[in-house]
Write a protein that binds this ligand. Structure first.
Ligand SMILES: [Zn+2]
Length: 847
């Protein structure tokens, strides 16, 4: 994998040098800020463009802007003064998806025009707008794409898709990271927009498929996500109308708005910002073959999108592009007009834009104060309180105000909350966002979301994004506001654990804490003998971790770094425990554009301290995997992709590869798939005692290729019968099973077009364990569950004996996008030495 940085290869620093040069030559109109290193150590740039006079008082303008964005307690006279004297703040971000290269190529020209043009339109923008530009929202990916493209220019592979993820971990999912800001790039942009500046409008420039409209510009189509301020949607029509009109003025064809992209999408950057009261918008340009033109016959142009059924003139698409050669130049022209028009509209209407900012924030605050619920109470007493701290930190990253009470508080209807509990009032500007992150959410089920025959239409992403549910944290909606001695949580919570005074019997770490696995990994690293409790006894629960006296320095360090407490054991524990050791973990790594779920898993393993090896096809094909690995993981994937069936319809492996007469644009060394020999090697690994963990769709690989006695009960059902996009579902958990140690007996899992299982009866049923089952009724907690009867009571997670080994099937998204902390333990437990099978049986017989 290409991983060079600007420091190691100056060729890719041209972009940085270019903006630095513009800064030097612009006469004070540009300031270039290096926001910090990316995940791969490259600089992440912010380019601030405004008049020299505005630059001179930038901090004052920022403070004024923040007053408008949260006008609670600000006198109206001051608001009016800010509207008159403040400046519109606009953010635009380029090429977050690094293969969508229009933005990163457009921004240099846009920026150059802004600082070199001397006409009155340009001057008006500089005078009235503070323009915050992210010229590359994914510098690591931009370098990879550039290098890969240059390498193959002039060969049959020119313009082919990058075979691996276009950043260190998560590829295309970097947009979905707006919810929890796990990656450094996301943190920079999140802090810029959600905390430091709170702009009035945001445009994120992307690419889409090749054969429809040439560019999509705002507004979105139906359905919209409720709970935003109505003005925010009207503003998108306003900006979008201006953009589309400017495109037509410029004679650019193929402009489409109010189509294809619905207003209810994922909580990526452009779709979460509306709930920050920012007009969060998107452009999507038709793709060429990276920088290589593509020829399109007019007959190949098609509609088939929301509000663009046929490729013909219509109200939101009055000027169809006629076909021919489609080039990067055509993309850059259209994107540049849309980016410029956004700035132009804000400049021409600066006072309206700022007054709207005040209206959006104050009206959302009023709605939150009057609505029900009016607040969420989050008890300090949670199953995993350290994960609660993480949730609070995620809310703070979003710029949400969170209160805490040292003494605890009660509600009018008699609920009480212990000291340290949190309180999130909805009487604040981001009330819509709070409702979605903390409160039960049901996706719209109406005429916009079903076809005429009743078939559900796929939401753009998940059916809900309830972070509290993802994290296993209980947040209680309160109908009435509570007054107590609340103090605003001013800084991210740092969890620091304690080591109990030294006792003779050693210490116990609570097995319910996700961070216990981080602590145990640190201790394994130092060679500490760690045991795990299997049988409840004397205050110990199955899953608790025991460590001996004698390594107190290591415990103190682990407590400080992870937040877990080391409590003194009251007695020697000899029975009902097992020794654990560090398992050797291999995880399948493929090409075909890479696997985002694998990348997220890799990031989680690094964050939690699980060492692992990325295993490519060649190593699997050599066989004898048991010599190097105890556990082997396939992240969420399709069976065909794992085995290496021909690519169909692109998907990262190069277009047209499945047609004999069409060149495959993927070089042979990057065509992946383990084939029959690989399946044999995996079978052999499990039969000889290895543990195979399969996540999400990869469970199908295990079931079909290893021939497990398991059936996916929702396979083959039509969407009209069964349809579940990204929803949290209620489950029952056998937390006496080592794979579910530390879990509550009931919980929520994230189901996203996932499989659900029946373990088929055989003569050897005792070799299998059903670890998690869906609830028998009332299965949906949030999202959209169409067809409950097909899944109620069915198996969600199982382990299946196979030869000497075990296959673990986790159908739901147990570690999705590093957001579902509430179900991490199912994966982590599979990475820990299990008790001897005999011991489990004995435990059961005793119950
Ligand atoms: Zn994109």
């Amino acid at each position: 994998m290409s991983s060079r940085t600007i420091e190691t290869n100056p060729a890719s620093s041209y972009e940085v040098l270019y903006y630095k040069l513009l800064e030097k030559e612009s006469g004070g109109k540009i300031k270039v800020v290096n926001m910090g290193p990316t995940e791969m150590g490259n600089p992440f740039l912010l380019v601030i463009v405004t008049s020299p006079a505005n630059h001179a008082r930038l901090e004052q303008l920022r403070q004024m802007n923040l007053r408008l964005s949260d006008p609670r307690g600000v006198p109206e006279a001051e608001i009016k003064k800010i509207v008159a004297e403040g400046k519109a703040v606009i953010v635009q971000t380029m090429s977050m998806h690094a293969s969508e290269i229009g933005g990163i190529n457009m921004a240099p020209e846009l920026t150059y025009d802004l600082v070199s043009r001397t006409d009155s339109e340009t001057q008006r923008i500089l005078d009235n707008v503070v323009y915050l530009e992210i010229p590359s929202f994914n510098p690591d990916g931009a370098i990879m794409i550039h290098d890969y493209y240059r390498k193959y220019v002039g060969t049959e592979y020119e313009g082919g898709a990058l075979p691996w993820l276009y950043n260190k971990y998560i590829g295309h999912d970097n947009n979905r990271d707006a919810l929890t800001l796990n990656m450094k790039d996301s943190q920079y942009v999140g802090k810029l927009m959600f905390v430091d500046w709170k702009p009035q409008a945001y445009v994120d420039h992307h690419h889409m498929g090749t054969y429809g409209a040439r560019i999509f510009v705002p507004p979105y189509a139906e359905p919209i996500r409720p709970l935003g301020d109505p003005l925010v949607w009207r503003e998108m029509q306003w900006y979008g109308g201006h953009i589309a009109q400017k495109e037509e003025e410029a004679g650019l064809s193929g402009i489409m708005n109010n189509g294809q992209y619905s207003g209810w999408g994922h909580f990526g950057f452009h779709w979460i910002t509306p709930f920050h009261n920012i007009a969060g918008m998107l452009t999507e340009s038709a793709s060429a073959r990276l920088a290589t033109p593509i020829y399109i016959d007019p007959s190949q142009l098609s509609g088939g999108a929301r509000n663009l059924e046929t490729y013909k003139e219509q109200m939101n698409f009055p000027d169809p592009w006629p076909g021919g050669w489609w080039t990067l130049r055509g993309i850059v022209e259209r994107q540049k007009v849309s980016a410029w028009a956004t700035l132009d509209l804000a400049a021409r209407n600066k006072e309206t834009v700022l007054w709207n900012a005040y209206l959006k924030a104050s009206r959302q605050t009023e709605r939150g104060a009057k609505g029900k619920p009016s607040a969420y109470a989050i008890s300090a007493s949670q199953h995993d309180p350290l994960t609660l701290n993480k949730l609070v930190n995620f809310l703070l990253q979003q710029g949400i105000e969170v209160m805490q009470s040292a003494r605890g508080f009660g509600t009018p209807d008699g609920m009480t909350y212990p000291g340290g509990s949190f309180y999130v009032s909805l009487a604040q500007p981001k009330m819509g966002l709070i409702r979605y992150l903390l409160g039960e959410t049901h996706y719209s089920d109406n005429e916009w979301t079903r076809q005429q025959d009743g078939t559900p239409m796929r939401p753009y992403d998940m059916g809900a994004d309830v972070l509290a549910e993802y994290m296993g944290i209980k947040a209680d909606p309160l109908n009435d506001a509570v007054k107590a001695d609340f103090v605003k949580v001013a800084a991210p919570i740092v969890s620091v654990g304690k080591l109990a005074p030294k006792g003779p019997f050693g210490y116990v770490i609570d097995g319910r804490l996700n961070d216990a696995y981080r602590a145990v990994n640190m201790l394994w690293e130092k060679g500490v003998a760690v045991r795990r409790v299997d049988k409840p006894a004397d205050g110990l629960r199955p899953g608790d971790w025991l460590v001996p006296a004698g390594s107190e320095a290591a415990y103190t360090e682990a407590a400080a770094k992870t937040g877990v407490d080391f409590n003194a054991l009251k007695a020697d524990v000899k029975d009902g425990v097992h020794e654990t050791k560090r398992l050797r973990i291999g995880m399948y790594q493929r090409y075909r554009g890479g696997n985002m779920d694998e990348g997220w898993t890799r990031w989680i393993f690094e964050t939690w301290g699980f060492p692992f090896t990325q295993v490519y096809d060649a190593e699997i094909l050599k066989g004898n995997l048991n010599a190097k690995y105890d556990v082997f993981i396939f992240a969420d994937d399709s069976t065909g992709t794992i085995t290496g069936e021909p690519n169909v319809g692109g998907g990262g492996g190069g277009r047209g590869g499945s047609f004999a007469g069409v060149p495959d644009t993927t070089p042979p060394e990057y065509r992946s798939g383990i084939g029959n020999a690989g399946v044999t090697a995996i079978k052999d690994f499990v039969q000889k005692g290895g543990t195979l963990i399969t996540l999400g769709g990869a469970t199908d690989f295990a079931i079909t290729k290893l021939g497990l006695p398991v059936r996916n009960v929702v396979a083959g059902l039509s969407p009209k019968e069964f349809f579940v996009p990204g929803s949290t579902l209620r489950v029952k958990i056998d937390n006496t099973n080592p794979l579910a140690y530390g879990m509550p007996s009931e919980g929520l899992v994230l189901f996203h077009y996932s499989p659900a299982f029946d373990v088929v009866a055989t003569d050897f049923n005792d070799r299998n364990d059903i670890v998690v089952r869906y609830a028998d009724r009332n299965v949906e907690r949030s999202g959209w569950l169409n067809g409950e009867k097909y899944i109620a009571g069915k198996t969600a997670m199982a382990s299946v004996g196979y030869g000497q080994g075990t296959v673990v099937l986790i159908g739901f998204r147990t570690q999705n996008r590093a957001q579902t902390h509430g179900t991490y333990k199912f994966l982590f437990n599979a990475l820990v030495t299990p008790p001897a099978k005999v011991a489990i049986t004995a435990t059961r017989n005793n119950q």
